[in-house]
Design a protein around this ligand. Sequence first.
Ligand SMILES: Cc1cc2nc3c(=O)[nH]c(=O)nc-3n(C[C@H](O)[C@H](O)[C@H](O)COP(=O)(O)OP(=O)(O)OC[C@H]3O[C@@H](n4cnc5c(N)ncnc54)[C@H](O)[C@@H]3O)c2cc1C
Length: 404
Amino acid sequence: MESDISCDVCIIGGNIAGSYLAYNIASNGLSVVVVEQNRIPGVPMQCAGIVSQRLTNIVDIDPSIIINRVDTAWLISENGKKVSVSIRDNPYILDRVKLDQYFYHKAENIGVKYLLGEKFSKYEIHTKNGIEIVQITTKKRTINAQMIVGCDGPNSLVAKLHGIEHKLIPAMQIRAFFPQPHNSVRMYFKKKWKNLFGWVIPEGNGICRIGLGCKYNLRTSFQGFITDLNITKSEIIEKFGGQILIGYPKKIAFHRAILLGDAAGMVKATTGGGINTLLKASKTAKEVILEAFSRNDFTKRFFITHYQHSSEIRRLKMNILLHYFVRVIMLSLTQEEYEQSMLLLHQPKTRELLLKYGDMDFPIKFIFKMLLRVDLWRYIIKILPSILNKVPQILQEFLDISKY
Ligand SMILES: Cc1cc2nc3c(=O)[nH]c(=O)nc-3n(C[C@H](O)[C@H](O)[C@H](O)COP(=O)(O)OP(=O)(O)OC[C@H]3O[C@@H](n4cnc5c(N)ncnc54)[C@H](O)[C@@H]3O)c2cc1C
């Protein structure tokens, strides 16, 4: 056993959510310990690394983290029908490992202590002489802190200790040499993959990130996917697995504890994207943690009021639920209806609206503008009766996921 450590805040998970928060609160004078089970933060990469340009409005990053930008998305259906849509804000393709390590180094440089290769296993709150302390146990030692933050990703143990079991879709991804124009991504939708999609994302150097999130038979489906793309073994550089989180838990704040990032369900269910969402939420998390220390109030009530129920986190939750709603509707479409909706995306008016209002983080404006276009209703009307028929099923699925 190693010697025990004391700190103000103990963060579990040293990837983007953990390190960015650690950096922000440590810059404000708190002593922070990060427990990370991997020996090198950010490795292995479990991400396709595509984010909207909003990233650089939220955080300052080293420009070398952005390795490519894309302006077109090809949507490809089961029977090979293709529709290309322009992506308004030319999303960034990131060197995800570099992003995680950027904040890790920044945090470490200002004194955050990282316990790498150390797995968190439980925490308890003890009271001694009327003073409460959070006692965090890893395989190697005990850490005493005023509070704990669960940034431990989709399989978050901190969340599980509070009875939260996230709904996850397994994903596989390879980096491979693949002849894809550097400015376009491809998204493949097949009914049998149920629940997510396949993607090809160019790094801009002749190498692509090719992945699939799929609820059933992932291994076989992924093998079939890369065989269909004619990718041979010798073209594959590396392989990763990962879990994409779907849904949003009812609780993310507890006595002397909060959740952030994937651990808190902060992922968009349409795209599986979580980076921008968690970085935004991290600013609220920072404020609330600093406030808790200044008031010496670490109660569940304080964290629920000022974090879980804060206007920023509520807005974020509504947006995540909207993405989930869009996803449930997409899943309810038959193949034929799906093809119809692709036809809708093909219309010049839709493309114009996409260019003007398309936003991979906030789709509400685009959806609203589409619904206002009477000339597009002849396409919408073809799928609407079927959607209306399925309203009870859609609502049931929506309610199930939004209340776990
Ligand atoms: C295949 C795939 C593709 C994706 N593509 C995109 C994309 O293109 N764009 C986008 O925005 N988002 C994408 N995402 C989502 C994005 O990767 C996540 O939202 C983001 O990584 C969440 O960051 P995090 O720090 O909250 O969690 P994670 O990145 O999961 O980090 C959690 C950390 O906690 C550590 N940990 C877990 N348990 C313990 C423990 N018990 N003890 C110690 N340490 C522990 C883990 O080792 C890990 O380092 C993708 C996800 C997957 C799986």
